[in-house]
Design a protein around this ligand. Sequence first.
Ligand SMILES: C[S@@+](CC[C@H](N)C(=O)[O-])C[C@H]1O[C@@H](n2cnc3c(N)ncnc32)[C@H](O)[C@@H]1O
Length: 767
Amino acid sequence: MYVNDLRRPDFRNWFIHPRIPSFCRHEISQSPSRGLLSPTKHTLLQPFISVAEQFFAMGPSRRMQKQGMPEPFENFNKKRKQDPAADGASSKKRRTSTEAPSKYPAKGGRAKNSAANGATKGTFAAKGAAQKSKGKKAQSVVEEEDEDDEDMLKDGDMSDEGSDIGDLGALDSDDDEEPEDDDFLDSDDPDVQKAMWSEDEDEEDAEEVLTAANIAGLSARLDAQTAREAEEAQAELADDALQTNISAEIPDEDGAPQPGLAPDLQLLRTRITETTRVLTSFAELADPSRSRTDYIQGLLADICAYYGYSPFLAEKLWSLFPPSEALAFFDANETPRPLVIRTNTLRTHRRELAHSLINRGVTLEPIGKWSKVGLQVFESQVPLGATPEYLAGHYILQAASSFLPVMALAPQEGERCLDMAAAPGGKTTHMAALMRNTGVIFANDASKERSKGLIGNVHRLGVKNTIVCNYSALEFPKVMGGFDRVLLDAPCSGTGVIAKDASVKTNKTEADFLRLPHLQKQLLLAAIDSVDHASKTGGYIVYSTCSVTVEENEQVVQYALNKRPNVKLVSTGLVFGKEGFTSFMGKKFHPSLKETRRYYPHAYNVDGFYVAKFKKFGPTPAGAVRAQGQSALSANGAKPSNVEDEEVVDHTPIGAEEDEFGGFDDEEDEAYMERARKNRLKRKGVDPKAVKANGKEKDVSKVNEEKEGKEDGEKVAKSPKSPKSPKEAKKPVEAAVEEVASPVDVQSKKDRRKSNGAGKKAKATKA
Ligand SMILES: C[S@@+](CC[C@H](N)C(=O)[O-])C[C@H]1O[C@@H](n2cnc3c(N)ncnc32)[C@H](O)[C@@H]1O
């Protein structure tokens, strides 16, 4: 336990606890040291530390923690080792701040920024004015990192900090020097201390003379008291059960509070922790009279009551992890993820953007070496959605995990890409930046309303290679095919973003976990069929969701492998993330599923996410639709024993198949389709009655085609109804663009001609 840890705002409530001896409080608040507590003080503080640790998991708040992969262990060790010795370096910092405390404002904000003003242009090593304002609360990241670098240089251990990110210098360095330092700098401020310590306490401090004997005495007294309190807590547990919804033994099955009674959160928490511990070492710790199922039922009911999940979702999420990890997951969903912005490299560089924002009072830091464009925002004096830089499109507010699917897709300059479910455009605009505004992106979304946000972002961020369209992505590749890369960031249940939207805890039902995977599976097939397997540069499909359930991820991917023998899973190329499941609750998936990546809030401090990358290596064979059950075999080598089998033979067109969802009502579908057809004709200014007979004929011929097995992707793509080249596709896309957006919303005609030209060229190359 470090003195600094106890100074964190999280801990303040604990270390000003009246039972903490005042000499310890004095030590914590006054000492310039940042090293370990002495063993004696550690013993005295132990009861408070344990409780505090339980609540705050001994780390800086998650908002302050870095996103992405955890730091390598060697770095961590180095820091800890450096700490006591680094007193030179750190006490240098402290000394500076304590030498003239009255000079410093209690809050950093403006003072820091005015100090930094003018000093940040050009290089991040610009300490000058900024370094003089060290006493402020929110120390600029730049200063911190510069100092760290100095310290490391002295030790001759500069490693490769920032070396992989060119000349971004200190900003690109990824050495997260305990950010909690920044949080606490103001505890040295006399004003703050006055508010924290009463005058009485100061007098007590002065009078208290400690000897080894009274320290031991105090310690023994505290031990005894702790034991007494534990006993009392146990007694309370049984007692309170009568007054709350918590039964002393196994809680109600649904975990819902009884009417008029609030759940006792403290007791629930204790029991959740305890049951989790028992489940982790069941053989040793379990009460022999209770089965594992009893424990799990009790735990799930407690989780529902404590965190507010529906029993259905609590069980679904809990079963994804070992017990203790599940608890960490539920805990992580209670705290927001760090605020992150993505630099729009079409308009600026990350370093320039950081300078500008720091000058506006924003405390930020690069999100980690894994991204060259992300900045994590710790504190801001200004609304980040209204700065001049925001309005000028220099950045977009975007969760860190949303970078990952685009990084996996890795679109190349000059390619033709499709973003199938694009609104509000975080990923589309990222793709455009990676492609440096060359080639062409078709950004599609089924929601007209959401497409407005997409169009807004495309304009604000200066994206010029993108055409927005408004189809159901299920209509691809009939609308257009032959793409080099396709991103399907599928609509999902959002179980990875519960920290953002707590309504997911209760509003997702079993039906959602049948309906959504069904849609996701069909969308993924459409994505695969829209890709040109012969693309010289690509032929890739990325499937992603912000959900962590297996139904929406591995099961969807396995389904696609089964249905499309012409694709295989490849590495996402992402440097962190957990492997996808190859088996789950008795279901076996193809071994290549381990190439997919899972992201969890508790593991990486990012939103829960899933990313899978496919390579399409051949045209969809004519028999694919009929031989779906066998396709995993031929595409990926030997079929593993027990691979989850989909239907072996499927002659029905997509959308009319019988599945676990219960299939579709053909008559009902017919009515919908007829209504849609009429509306479409009306929109075109054609009287539906005039073409009714034709329409029917068309439908009949379609059915015949299907009977003859002509419904596979390739043939669909080649049919006159499925224009593949940009020229062929021009009409429907333009129509869609005009439907979604006013002429102002789309590319200028000139740009459009250019992108079509690029498309033609690409096509010609392929030919
Ligand atoms: C997860 S969001 C996409 C977020 C977007 N990729 C981004 O990064 O900003 C899923 C989107 O899918 C759209 N959607 C739902 N069903 C669709 C369908 N059948 N075809 C196309 N888009 C659909 C929704 O309107 C929603 O905007």
